[in-house]
Design a protein around this ligand. Structure first.
Ligand code: CTP
Ligand code: MG
Length: 231
C-alpha cells in the first residue's frame, strides 16, 4: 500500500472547553493533547506526512512548545497550514496541500486513536473510496424541534469519529459541492452524503474520545493510563 498524507485539525477555538489555552495545547500526563495525535500519525507505517492545520496566532506557540520540544527529528514530516473560521474551511485549506491520491483526516483533539484504527481506515478507503470509524450510541438520543421532542431508535444511531479517509479527488469534488451549495457540515462523510457518495463505516474504539469539555481531561488521563502499550 502506498503511504498517504494526513490532515490533523487543530485550528479550532475550544469554546466548549472554556479555558485560556486552546484545548489542543492543554497537557495530559505532562504532554500537550496535540502531541499524542501527532505522534500516532508521524509513527504510523502508512502515513507519509502530517498536514497540521493551525490558527495562525498559535503557530509560534505550537512550533516552540510542541514541535521543537517533541518532534525535532521529524520536523520535515510536519507541514503547517492555516485553518479557517469553521472546521470545513480548515479541512479545505489542508486539502490543497495533499499530494497523495488518498487522504486521511483526524481531529487533533482525539489523542487516543489506535494504530489499528488508522490502518483499518486507510485499508477501507482503498477498498470503498471513503471510510469512517464510529461507535454505537450508548445513550438514548432525542431531537427537540420547537415544543416537540422525538426519540430516535438507539439501535440505529452511530456516533461518528475520526479518522476518516478518502480517495482525494472524491473528497475534493464533494467539498466543491459543499462550497457551491453553502452547506454546513461537521464531518467529511457528510460532504459525501451531499453528492450521494458511499462511505464504509467501521467500528472504532470508545476510548477514541474527542476532548471537548473540562471533564474530558480527567477521562483522558484515565484512558492514557489504561491503554499505554496497547494498540
Ligand atoms: N477545528 C479546526 N478548525 C476550525 C474548527 C475546528 O481545525 N475552524 C478542529 C479542532 O481544533 C478540533 C477538531 O476540528 O481538533 C474538532 O472540532 P471541535 O472539537 O469542535 O473543536 P473546537 O471547534 O476547537 O471546539 P468548540 O466547538 O468547543 O469551539
Ligand atoms: Mg467546534
Amino acid at each position: 500500500m502506498d503511504k498517504i498524507d494526513c490532515i490533523i485539525l487543530a485550528a479550532g477555538k475550544s469554546t466548549r472547553m472554556n479555558m485560556k489555552l486552546s484545548k489542543q495545547f492543554l497537557e495530559i500526563n505532562g504532554k500537550p493533547i496535540i502531541y499524542y495525535s501527532l505522534y500516532k500519525f508521524l509513527t504510523h507505517k502508512y502515513i507519509s506526512k502530517v498536514i497540521l492545520v493551525l490558527n495562525p496566532e498559535q503557530e509560534e506557540y505550537c512550533r516552540e512548545r510542541v514541535i521543537h520540544r517533541f518532534f525535532r527529528d521529524r520536523e520535515k514530516n510536519i507541514y503547517i497550514v492555516y485553518g479557517g473560521e469553521t472546521r470545513q474551511d480548515s479541512v479545505f485549506n489542508g486539502l490543497n496541500h495533499v499530494i497523495s491520491d488518498y487522504v486521511l483526516i483526524h481531529d487533533g483533539a482525539r489523542p487516543f486513536v489506535s494504530y489499528g484504527c488508522i490502518t483499518k481506515g486507510i485499508e477501507n478507503a482503498y477498498r470503498y473510496g471513503a471510510s469512517s470509524c464510529y461507535v454505537p450510541s450508548k445513550d438514548t438520543i432525542k431531537i427537540r424541534e420547537n415544543e416537540n421532542i422525538y426519540t430516535l431508535d438507539r439501535d440505529k444511531l452511530l456516533c461518528i469519529q475520526t479518522p476518516q479517509c478518502f480517495d482525494k479527488n472524491l473528497l475534493i469534488n464533494a467539498y466543491l459541492k459543499v462550497k457551491d451549495g453553502n452547506y454546513t457540515i461537521t464531518d467529511e462523510t457528510s460532504a459525501l452524503d451531499i453528492i450521494g457518495g458511499f462511505t464504509y463505516f467501521y467500528i472504532g474504539d470508545y476510548f477514541n474520545i474527542k476532548i471537548t469539555t473540562k471533564e474530558d481531561l480527567w477521562f483522558g488521563e484515565s484512558i492514557l493510563n489504561n491503554i499505554l502499550g496497547e494498540d
